[in-house]
Design a protein around this ligand. Structure first.
Ligand code: DC
Length: 205
């Protein structure tokens, strides 16, 4: 650490593992910003569907990722449209894994994510490939898990089957699959409070 920047924390894990809740609380606790990279992939999937493009089509999907203006903060805005709620729809959840498995999409979004961190010099960044690809130099790398039952309960609106299908695609794709990165600490959030998990992570800084 240079002493001039704050901590950079990478949080990875499957859907429903507690990433968003823990990341939000952790960022608040440390006084840094949080970046939800899943929201960026979802925003691209939303734009792809809006244009009537097949999410698995490859080049046209990459073109959407390259040209889409995405602002991820308290609200998620894509090309000037507030898509905060729309990106959580079942249609987007179904399409997002194919979009995220497209190498050109990942290259574009990874670059934007690195720029986000470089501009701030600190932050909590959550996703699937943050410790392995986006920020291998992060100060702390956390891989969150929870039992399949607990994850399905947290994401009940998506349905256990759809969730399992999305996890399978995210974990077996060729490009940057979800995996426990070198040096990552695995934390099972099942039955634990958010505060408890946050304090454990802060203790590793
Ligand atoms: O975290 P989430 O469920 O909102 O993420 C949506 C999808 O985006 C997820 O199915 C996989 C993909 N994703 C990814 O491939 N890499 C990331 N860093 C974040 C999300």
């Amino acid at each position: 650490m240079t002493g001039e920047r704050g901590p950079i924390i990478a949080i990875d894990g499957p859907a429903g593992s507690g990433k968003s809740t823990v990341s939000r609380a952790l960022a608040e606790r440390l006084g840094v910003e949080r970046l939800d990279t899943g929201a960026m992939y979802r925003a691209v999937a939303w734009a792809v569907l809006r244009s009537g493009i097949d999410p698995g089509a490859g080049p046209p999907v990459v073109e959407v990722a390259r040209t889409l203006a995405i602002d991820v903060g308290d609200r998620v805005v894509a090309d000037g449209v507030d898509v905060t709620d729309a990106i959580r729809s079942p249609e987007v959840s179904r399409a997002v894994s194919a979009v995220a498995a497209t190498a050109g999409v990942r290259a574009e979004l990874v670059e934007r994510q690195r720029r986000w961190v470089a501009e701030r010099g600190a932050g909590v960044v959550e996703g699937r490939d943050i410790a392995s690809v986006v920020l291998p130099e992060a100060d702390v790398k956390v891989y969150l898990t929870a039992t399949p039952e607990e994850r399905a309960r947290r994401r009940h609106e998506e349905g256990a089957e759809a969730l399992a299908r999305r996890d399978a695609i995210d974990s077996t794709r060729d490009v940057s699959p979800l995996e426990v990165a070198d040096g990552a600490r695995v934390v099972d959030t099942t039955g634990r409070t958010v505060e408890d998990v946050v304090e454990e992570v802060v203790g590793w800084l």
